[in-house]
Design a binder for this molecule. Sequence first.
Ligand code: ARG
Length: 578
Amino acid sequence: MRDLVEPVATGMGHVLSSIGIDNLDPRSIIGDATDKSHGDLAVPFHRFSGVLKRSPVDIADEAAEILAPYLVGIANVSSKAGYVNFRASPGWVSSRLVDICRHPTLGVEKASQRTVVVDYSSPNIAKEMHVGHLRSTVIGDSLVRIFEAKGNRVIRENHVGDWGTPFGMLIERLEDLDSDGIDPVEALSDLGQFYRECRIKFDEDENFRQRARERVVSLQAGDGPTLQRWSQLVDISMGHFQEVYELLGVLLTRDDVMGESKYDPLLPGLVEQLHEKGILETNNGALVIYPGDWVNRDGDPLPLIIRKSDGGYNYATTDLACISDRTKRLNADDLIYVVGTEQKQHFEMVFASARKGGLIEDRHTATHVSFGLVLGPDGGKLKSRSGEAIRLLDLLNEAIERASVAVLERNPDISKEDLKILARSIGIGAVKYSDLKSDRTKDYIFDWDKMLSFEGETGPYIQYAHARINSILNKERHSQGGTEVTSFDLASEHEMKLAREVLKYPEAVDHALADLAPSRICKHLHKMSQAFGSFYENCPVLTENKEIRDQRIELCRITGRILEHGLNMLGMDAPSRM
Ligand code: ARG
């Protein structure tokens, strides 16, 4: 209950000076009540017991007495076991509720105007996207939406791996298949298989290996036919990725693609710049930076290799050029990288090097938004039934198919078209929610039955709460129109509980942004849906008493609007019926 903090802080200021504590910001000791049955906010007084030589209970009792007059009509004040608890008063909740109902973005203020570059998805050309890319895509897309909702200018960047030595073998392979009369689109229809075959050929065939090496040289030299083949590879692969993006309903488009190749021409200049800064050192013929305290297995300082002894550049070099491009050309304030935890050290070293080299200045932030693995039900790597790595497109289609079965069970008469749309919303929503709801830094187990259940902390459960509200509102539309609600009675505890959850939504969005954790919104929507469930069970909406009915309908409406807004922050659909 963020809005309650200020009035409580004012009262607490008087308490602190009256009991003789100076130089303490009262806000620093006001927290959420751990036991919600005691209040919304609480202040513990135990820490003052020693200095004041009084028992915490005694101090809290006195504090409560001092506080009460300051919070009349705002919160009820009580003291218990050395704590003072504050419970928002019904009148205060009612007026906040009216405010939020009238607020065009439901209390979510556009408070920040920074330029934020979000690097996400970033698969590799001519390779199958894996579940790590799915996580990056889903988490990154949600963060983009949250940043935007808070008023920031957001630039999406898909840092696809489209450059480097593997392209020699990939291009040669495509040449060979083409001269065997196989259409490149056909050859690349299964990226996983194409890549595997390339590797085998590369490992087994000396002649092919040699050609691949020469091909890399031609590619670097900008040879026309080689570049043509290369862009064919990129185009066809991007087509596959775009298919996944469209099915997922994420914001990424072709215009957001900013692959590694784009930075290649900038690398010599970058090296020059780092050299001028005096931070490059030579190490066995390579140019390196020692960015800080990283050490290798033997305990020796670990360098970031900028230019290899053969003159080639590294993944890290590209990332440094990319940082410079983002801070200079795009004028970014904040750099966000949504990439798996296994690249933690890479980003730490790159960021430290960039700071040393002046590519990132004090006014910039650079953050690696890392995430854990997706595990199969057995706790091992997630695999398909036949034991291979799962193709994302297959995984998403399976989600839709499974959702389709569930929808048909509930609505046997649904039309074919409606079924298709609904199954996609629910299936994709379920996958996204199950990914977003957990602490992103942890691994999670991919469990079809759990994620598609209409009960529990799942996407369908929240979407269903929204759809149910929609049907209640539809029913009401057929009876006589309501008048504008200017205050809420909130007489039932169930109404009150729901109202409190509604008020806390803007806070949940802010927490999600502060922690770069969409899970904060997931948790909140789940709590709100639960509160709605018990409200709906216990408080008949379409009652005889017109005033109560209007208020309850308004409470349903605001809950529905917030669910829709929140689902949108997660990149999920909010179907109007289910
Ligand atoms: N293509 C890389 C991979 O699949 C991810 C790139 C992440 N972004 C970056 N700027 N390094 O592992």
